[in-house]
Design a protein around this ligand. Structure first.
Ligand SMILES: [Zn+2]
Length: 279
């Protein structure tokens, strides 16, 4: 087999292996993060519930198979899944949005998606960069968002920041949350990751990918962040922080951790860009 073909096959296998699969999913105890923000995801795939007096906002449905885990998590906190009014997205990869159609069916929630990712969700996976064979149930998108758009429900206002690169409509959510007498800036990072198999240079499928990632890091570094969250718990050390709950301080308040994570991911992006540009 020619070397180039072998490299291609290996790259594809690595790319497939790095997309979390549904059966790798396990439940995780639902918990309050801060104020009216709760973690209701599985162990690997983060979902957040933001509760209000007029219903709730949910970020990420994960896989279709994860939806029942999210339901159990929401109910374990004393809330109802049917009260979810708005369903949001970190980015249009199967592990965050393949359950959107089922979640919409169960709740009647409106689905809001950042421009660039909306076609992938309405088609059930078509038009993705790299993951050409990844497909799921299509879901109606009720509103297409642009960078800086506000999502309002009762007294909660989330701001959608378009942080592209990982996907074209990758979204970082940021908003202020009151907890006791304090107010915190919350950031849910959409994904700063250059996945295995991504081409940052000479990429005919996504020519602006490197510029997009560069823009994303400018935005991420500009955001005020007290409570550091992300599309996967492992972005922010969710399991270790969860173990520390119940002390005098809230372990999810981690401004330094946020800065260090963004810095680490930007360095990884710059390194890969330099490597691939010189090839
Ligand atoms: Zn992803």
């Amino acid at each position: 087999m020619p070397h180039r073909v072998l490299v291609r096959i290996l790259t594809m296998l690595i790319a497939i292996a790095c997309l979390p699969s549904a059966n790798a999913d396990e439940p995780f105890p639902a918990h309050r993060v801060v104020g009216n923000v709760y973690y209701v995801g599985s162990k690997a795939l983060a979902s957040y519930l933001i509760t209000t007096s007029e219903g709730h906002i949910l970020i990420n449905s994960s896989f279709e198979e994860t939806v029942p885990l999210i339901r159990v998590a929401v109910e374990s906190l004393g809330f109802k899944l049917q009260d979810v009014k708005i369903l949001l997205t970190s980015h249009a990869h199967s592990d965050h949005v393949a359950g959107h159609a089922l979640m919409k069916e169960l709740t009647g929630a409106k689905v809001y998606v950042m421009r660039g990712d909306e076609g992938i969700i309405t088609s059930g996976g078509q038009g993705q960069y790299l993951y050409k064979d990844s497909r799921w149930k299509p879901c109606v998108v009720d509103r297409v968002l642009d960078d800086g758009d506000e999502v309002k429900l009762a007294d909660v206002t989330l701001i959608a920041r378009r942080t592209p690169g990982h996907t074209r409509g990758c979204t970082t959510w940021t908003w202020r949350v009151a907890d006791g007498r304090k107010t915190y800036d919350v950031v849910v990072i959409g994904s700063p990751n250059v996945n295995p198999g991504y081409r940052l240079a000479k990429n005919a499928d996504y020519p602006e990918i490197a510029d997009d990632f560069a823009k994303t890091f400018v935005i991420l570094k500009s955001l005020p962040c007290d409570v550091f969250l992300g599309a996967h718990g492992d972005y922010y050390g969710m399991t270790a922080k969860y173990e520390k709950l119940g002390g005098n301080t809230n372990p999810f308040v981690d401004s330094e951790g946020y800065r260090a994570y963004v810095d680490l991911k930007e360095k990884a992006f710059r390194r890969t860009l330099a490597e691939q540009s010189s090839q």
